[in-house]
Design a protein around this ligand. Structure first.
Ligand code: IPE
Ligand code: IPE
Ligand code: MG
Length: 250
């Protein structure tokens, strides 16, 4: 049974001082490598190292959910060599990191349309998820072959399959079928690499997330950079549609 979290549109969630859920578009690997006259894939390898550090940094800061955009449904459009290398890096990261994640109390989830991945990668994902299923310190979600539009359509179609003949789909009903139904909505969204766009990431779930964009490239994004993002988040007034005056009255 999935625990029901507050919906930012159906309810008014409490604004927590430390974000409960941080969602990150890890962008800028290619440019990081290019600046060093290295191939783009060297930037991806460095980016994987950063994932490890940021997972640990989130644990230390008491963040319960971290969601990382690793590969979008549109990233298949990249040169075949780069796509292949990204898949290899994903396999290597799972082989090397799951033990450590498990020891650190991390629960791993991989969401997206996994059907397009090789069987070997899918097996490693399933093993990693099964092994870490009962961990509760940090839920790390890796979005792979993920697209926000895919997530919503997939939820609608699955709901329809489970509810034949029923024609009214509610917000709650849909939310339960989205890939991140097990997590509260992200409080803080971070995009590294300087672009200010969502790139088909969590379209539904980011409804009331605080957005933070930084020019720092993902392979340079460290604990200090994370603290800057959290400090920016802490200065925001999260009104969820209300007025400032109403917030003061509470
Ligand atoms: C993000 O870095 C990683 C993936 C999309 C897989 P990029 O590879 O997009 O890096 P830039 O944006 O080209 O610098
Ligand atoms: C978004 O980055 C996807 C990931 C970080 C996995 P992109 O580099 O693919 O985004 P665009 O193409 O610049 O929007
Ligand atoms: Mg990019």
């Amino acid at each position: 049974m999935i625990k029901r979290f507050f919906s930012s549109t159906a309810d008014i969630p409490e604004a927590a001082a430390v974000p409960r859920h941080v969602a990150i578009i890890m962008d800028g690997n290619g440019r990081w490598a290019k600046k060093r006259l290295m191939p783009r894939v060297a930037g991806h390898a460095q980016g994987v190292e950063r994932v490890r550090d940021i997972v640990e940094a989130c644990i230390r800061r008491g963040i319960g959910y971290l969601t990382l955009f690793a590969f979008s449904s549109e990233n298949w459009r990249r040169p075949q060599d780069e796509v292949n290398r990204l898949m290899e890096l994903f396999v290597m990261a799972l082989e090397r990191e799951v033990d450590k994640m498990h020891r650190n109390g991390v629960c791993l989830k991989v969401v997206g349309d996994l059907s397009r991945f090789d069987q070997r990668l899918r097996d490693l994902i399933a093993q990693g998820e099964a092994r870490t299923l009962d961990n509760a310190r940090l839920t790390l979600t890796v979005c792979a072959n993920y697209g926000g539009r895919w997530d919503i359509l997939n939820a609608v179609n699955r709901w329809r399959g489970d509810n034949p003949g029923q024609d009214e789909l509610t917000e709650d009903g849909l939310a339960a079928y989205l890939t991140l139904a097990y997590a509260p909505e992200p409080d803080l969204f971070i995009r590294t690499g300087g672009e200010q766009r969502i790139s088909n990431f969590l379209l539904w779930q980011l409804a009331y997330a605080e957005l933070y964009f930084t020019d720092t490239l993902w392979p340079d994004f460290d604990g200090k950079a994370l603290d800057l993002a959290i400090a920016s988040y802490q200065k925001r007034e999260r009104r969820f549609g209300r007025t400032s005056e109403q917030l003061l009255e509470r």
